[in-house]
Design a binder for this molecule. Structure first.
Ligand code: FE2
Ligand code: FE2
Ligand code: FE2
Length: 484
């Protein structure tokens, strides 16, 4: 082999590897498939654990991080599924649990009582172990025979490392925020590592050790789809400012309206809260009739949309921050929509409402209008985010056509069902007020005055006086559309 030369000294083997690399050993197809399926299992369980927390985790930053990671992992799952399907004929048995102890590891993490313990498990045990196991695979497989697997693992690995780094930084920040909250965190970590060791590692490449004692996994897991928020959302039932009516009132100026649009974007955190419940309850077969399980493409597309909605919320946050607006002190972002849908509708009905709202955004008064408003305002950031918000929404309409509308004979029937489902959701505007859950305080004048202070403008009394609530309307464009 030492004497062999490529012509003119050109790079050998298409640049994939060297002769020494390709002529070395490797692992066979069955072993590759077995290990890739273990990676798939770990990602599948991680994806599900994240879904269980997107609604009920109060801390906004964690909610956003979980939404992002759920999306990345859904993409990784897709790559691995496709690769396994290239290597083996069906049935691929991708839903089979590769090892009981690996299953317990994730049951322990899923059942962890708080976010610190959950994150310790995911980001300091499970995902680092996955990363190690993938690296081991990349070193042991033959770079020529198994080049397609190596290619996709090269896509997965850096994103996995980024997720672990985010998790590590988040764990540290949570520890610093509440230093004495968890005295036995190290013990917890070593227990979880014990489950991994009992499985012989992520891909069962080591001799299995004895299993530790279960801590939380023996209790049945109860999924909590009730949205929760942190202290920057002190008035989550507030329906006191009708954003759409303000935006569609031609007598107000675009440069003021962009702040109402930032609010609308930030309010989109309720969409991941709601979509996570659709996904989790559908994939686990809870809350739905038999036979409602969906092909993986449904979960992948819907998780992508979930992430887009989280991104839209963060765009709104950035909009406020770059304008010097301290949004938590003025704006009241509610969770009435996600709470109502999660508690009152089945996953399919929630999906129907989501699609019904989103197809309405494709009208001239929807996303195009918001983009034109951004353009007209002179605020280049608003223009930019509305441009992408619109593009994302077009994608979501397509996802809706694929995974919702196709179940109906006509688009009209799909819309009718969506509308009827939304009508079923009871908004207890008055009752929340009577129960003291909210005053439906009109926070708009405070926000507007802060905007004017930053601009050095005198507030316009007409804009200060804007006082329309959601008392009689749903938060969509239905009323505005029919009223022209
Ligand atoms: Fe959205
Ligand atoms: Fe959006
Ligand atoms: Fe959307």
């Amino acid at each position: 082999m030492d004497k062999y030369r490529s012509l003119h000294g050109l790079p050998e083997l298409a640049g994939v590897t060297t002769f020494a690399g390709a002529a070395g050993s490797g692992i066979g197809v069955q072993e590759c498939v077995d290990r890739l399926k273990c990676f798939h299992y770990v990602l599948q369980r991680t994806w599900q654990v994240l879904l269980t927390r997107i609604a009920c985790e109060p801390i906004y930053e964690l909610k956003m991080g979980y939404s992002y990671h759920a999306h990345l992992i859904a993409e990784h799952i897709t790559l691995l599924r496709d690769r396994v399907a290239e290597l083996r004929h069906p049935p691929l048995r991708l839903n089979r649990v590769p090892d009981q102890n690996l299953q317990v590891l994730f049951d322990e993490i899923r059942n962890a009582p708080d976010c610190v313990m959950l994150m310790e498990g995911l980001y300091r045990v499970a995902l680092p172990a996955l990363s190690e196991s993938i690296k081991e695979y990349t070193e042991e497989t033959n770079p020529l025979t198994d080049a397609p697997s190596l290619r996709l693992l090269r896509i997965i690995l850096p994103e996995l490392e980024d997720m672990i780094a985010w998790g590590e930084a988040s764990c540290k920040a949570l520890e610093e925020a509440a230093p004495d909250q968890h005295e036995d965190l190290l013990e917890w970590r070593s227990e979880l590592k014990g489950w991994l060791a009992a499985a012989g590692g992520v891909a069962a490449t080591c001799d299995p050790a004895a299993a530790p004692n279960p801590r939380y996994s023996s209790q049945e897991f109860v999924y909590d789809s009730t949205p929760k928020r942190d202290e920057r959302f002190p008035d989550p039932y507030n329906m006191g400012v009708h954003a759409e009516e303000f935006l569609h009132d031609p007598s107000f100026e675009s440069r003021d309206k962009v702040f109402m649009m930032f609010f609308k974007r930030l309010r989109e955190i309720d969409v991941p809260e709601m979509m996570a419940s659709i996904l989790y309850e559908t994939v686990t077969g809870k809350g739905e009739a038999e036979g409602s399980k969906r092909p993986w493409g449904f979960y992948r597309d819907m998780t992508r949309q979930l992430w887009d909605e989280a991104r839209h919320a963060m765009m709104g946050e950035v909009g406020f921050v770059r304008s010097g607006i301290n949004w938590p002190s003025t704006v009241r972002v509610n969770y009435t929509w996600s709470k109502g849908l999660n508690q009152q509708l089945t996953p399919r009905e929630r999906h129907a409402v989501l699609w019904f709202i989103e197809q309405g955004l494709m009208s001239k008064k929807g996303k195009r209008f918001e983009w034109e408003l951004g353009t007209d305002s002179g605020d280049s950031f608003s223009e930019l985010i509305q441009d992408f918000d619109w593009a994302d929404e077009v994608l979501h309409a397509r996802i809706g056509r694929e995974w919702y509308v196709k179940d109906f004979e006509t688009t009209e029937a799909a819309a009718e069902y969506g509308n009827a489902c939304w009508d079923k959701v009871v908004s207890e505007w008055e009752q929340w007020k009577e129960e003291g859950l909210t005053e439906h305080h009109n926070w708009w004048p405070d926000l507007y005055r802060e905007v004017c202070r930053n601009r050095g403008d005198e507030p316009d009394p007409r804009v200060v006086a804007y006082d329309r609530s959601y008392a009689e309307t749903r938060a969509d464009l239905q009323k505005i559309d029919s009223g022209g």
